[in-house]
Design a protein around this ligand. Structure first.
Ligand code: 5GP
Length: 241
């Protein structure tokens, strides 16, 4: 399969059409951004690491019966995904307080949150991805009640899987951001990516961040940290085969 016209250039990925109208070509870029794109740098190797972590986790979720858009890997920084109509919401799931939640409620860093907190943000660079509740999303026509219910349920299943998966390798899954879309036949699928760019991961032993907070907070080079997440996931996957 070949890539055709570029459809979309995001902050960390570029999407292309292919000769199959149901398949998109996704290239993970060596770019890191924070503060809604105000901080932007090139980091060699980051795209390939995020592509590998995403492929590994999407493959596992597919195998566990959790529907994702992932089809196959093409090369180091490229994967094929099923084309879907994206729902313009970011679904954030939080297991421990951090980031904007910690700031908003002035609670202790990494305080456990039971039940896991679900939040939606409206995907809009112009508006800085504002928080949006279920009724706001429905009233503005971004999703139906049924779609939101399905997103909540699928998010919980993904959270259960990933929490356990990371716990097995000594990592707490603090929070993460998911995006969803619908295939042509209406199936709701998990889309976008699954990498330390859109999740907070904390090493249970050292308490160190193993995610984009390293970049957001200028705490040193990012690629060795992402490489460590990948190798721990890979070692565990190999051991349990
Ligand atoms: P917070 O709301 O605390 O800033 O973020 C919560 C979680 O969602 C974090 O794991 C963060 O990485 C992820 N997240 C929130 N917004 C975005 C976004 O616009 N892009 C990406 N990649 N991740 C996000």
């Amino acid at each position: 399969m070949e890539k055709a016209a570029v459809l979309y250039t995001g902050k960390a990925k570029q999407m292309f059409a292919t000769d199959d109208p149901d398949v998109l070509w996704v290239e993970y870029m060596d770019q890191a951004t924070a503060l809604n794109g105000k901080k932007k740098v090139q980091i060699a190797g980051k795209g390939a690491l995020n592509r590998q972590i995403s492929s590994l986790l999407f493959e596992e979720l597919n195998a566990a019966g959790l529907p994702t858009h992932y089809l196959q890997t093409i090369d180091d920084h490229t994967m094929l995904v099923k084309k879907c109509a994206m729902i313009p919401l970011e679904a954030v799931i939080r297991n421990f307080a951090s980031g904007s939640f910690e700031r908003k409620f002035q609670v202790a860093h990494l305080r456990p949150l039971v039940p896991a907190v679900h939040e939606f943000f409206y995907k809009s660079d112009a508006l800085d991805d504002p928080f949006i509740n279920d009724e706001q999303a429905i009233a503005l026509g971004f999703a139906t009640r049924e779609t939101l219910t399905a997103i909540h349920a699928l998010s919980d299943r993904v959270n259960t899987y990933l929490l356990e998966r990371f716990a097995q390798i000594g990592i707490d899954l603090v929070d993460f951001k998911l995006e969803f879309g619908r295939l042509a036949d209406g199936t709701l699928v998990l889309a976008d990516e699954l990498s330390p760019d859109n999740m907070r991961l904390v090493d249970q032993e050292s308490g160190n961040s193993l995610d984009k907070d390293v970049f957001r907070q200028d705490r040193g080079p990012l690629t060795p940290v992402y490489a460590q997440v990948l190798s721990r996931l890979q070692a565990d996957a190999a051991a349990s085969r």
